[in-house]
Design a protein around this ligand. Structure first.
Ligand code: CTP
Length: 397
């Protein structure tokens, strides 16, 4: 909940993507941010201020010279108020003016007067975006500490295809979260995370899997990335979307998971093995769909490789963290896994407990470390659990 009670000023400038700024404000409000909006005159030609006023539950700043006896130093008050400013969309015109030090409307004057982080989200026609004058302005602003969320490639409002469409709202939110993140202790560190279930095929239409949703591993990957780490996420099949900037490697079987982990292991400082890797696979995979008449009553299975156990002999100074799913003798069994797999610590959860385990956004975990110490954490969100795990990783590194 990085946006919880944070003050976010959204600057809207005059481009067709202005309507998407309404979605940004909506998402920020959903994440419990306090939001104010400042619009340029051109922006009001695309979206009415009332839309933003209604969404952010605050008056919209349109003018440096309020007609009805308002504050005469509005730009200073508005420049001091936020924790972060997001300009979405940011036109070539506004970016050019700010790069040139021009302050001729409520938005550009507020930017000139602020000491807060400013995130620009450019959106424009591809030729405007590629224009060397515009690119020079971006480079100048970046050099001065401003952040840019690069536009995506795709169909543009003018009918052309190319670079220039506003970045996805999730990308914009993630860039802002990175700036607001209070901890940057994993900067210059590389973290390998595994997530989700594996699927072990039996024939072209059937497979053996488990109930892992991938939520814990994806939350860990996002939290590590927000703390400045370079993150590789090896994931079995899930419906989740990885945060921008995370290198996602998609796998299906335990064997593919093992290959992907060992292909990436060497260059990482930390391994967080949150995936629920299948321990068994069908001994034979039928090329054709099995008919019920040829199916045997007993399905023959064989063991898969234990990725974490095999990684132990290559551990060196790398931090290895395992996850333990247990429904009985939880502490004893988890301590055994910690020792057998040579881990720094193991995160235990019992999916039978309320709020813990698969497919939910919360977890109730106990952390056991190599010295035998046990820390029982209360029910918390998977994002909070991730931060507690990464606090420990940070201390060990
Ligand atoms: N793990 C692994 N490779 C496997 C199975 C598990 O790397 N083939 C990892 C998991 O990602 C997890 C840890 O080992 O971090 C413990 O997994 P868990 O399923 O709780 O225990 P297992 O070792 O598989 O033992 P059991 O199923 O008997 O409890």
């Amino acid at each position: 909940m990085l946006f919880f009670d944070k003050k976010v000023l959204v600057g809207v400038t005059g481009g067709i993507a202005a309507y998407k700024a309404a979605l940004l404000v909506r998402e920020l409000k959903k994440e419990s941010a306090q939001v104010r909006v400042v619009m340029t005159d051109a922006a009001t030609k695309f979206v009415a201020p009332l839309t933003f006023e209604t969404l952010c539950e605050n008056p919209v700043l349109l003018n440096l010279f309020p007609k009805e006896g308002g504050l005469r130093t509005a730009h200073i008050d508005w420049a001091r108020w936020p924790d972060i400013i997001i300009i979405c969309p940011a036109t070539a015109n506004t970016i050019g003016k700010i790069a040139a030090g021009i302050a001729d409307n409520a938005l550009t004057t507020t930017i000139m007067a602020t000491t807060r982080a400013v995130v620009f989200c450019p959106a424009m026609n591809k030729a405007m975006y590629a224009n060397p004058i515009f690119q020079g302005n971006v480079a100048k602003l970046e050099k001065n500490g401003y952040t840019f969320v690069a536009p995506g490639k795709g169909e543009l409002a003018c009918g052309e295809e190319g670079w220039g469409r506003l970045a996805e709202i999730d990308e914009i939110l993630f860039a802002a979260k990175k700036i607001l993140s209070p901890r940057r202790d994993l900067k210059n560190k590389r973290v390998l995370v595994t997530a989700g279930p594996t699927e072990e095929p039996l024939d072209p239409v059937r497979f053996i899997t488990n109930r892992s949703s991938g939520k814990m591993g994806f939350a860990l990957a996002e939290a590590a990335s927000l703390r400045g780490a370079e993150v590789t996420l090896v994931s079995g099949p899930t419906n989740l979307v990885a945060s921008p900037g995370i290198k996602l490697v998609k796998v299906r079987t335990a064997n593919e998971m093992s290959e992907a982990v060992f292909a990436n292991l060497g260059e990482n400082d930390v391994l967080l093995m949150a995936a629920a890797v299948s321990d068994f696979r069908p001994k034979k995979i039928s090329e054709q769909k099995l008919k019920k008449t040829d199916a045997k009553e007993i399905l023959e299975l064989e063991r898969t490789a234990d990725v974490l156990a095999e990684a132990a002999c290559r551990k060196g100074a790398r931090i290895h963290v395992g996850f333990s799913v247990e429904t009985e003798n939880e502490i004893e069994n988890s301590m055994l896994k910690l020792r057998n797999k040579g881990l720094d610590f193991i995160v235990l959860n019992n999916p039978l407990q309320e709020g813990a385990g698969f497919a939910v956004d919360t977890n109730r975990v106990t952390i056991l470390d190599a010295s035998g110490a046990i820390e029982k954490l209360p029910l918390m969100s998977k994002a909070e659990v991730s931060d507690r795990i990464l606090d420990r990783v940070g201390l060990l590194l």
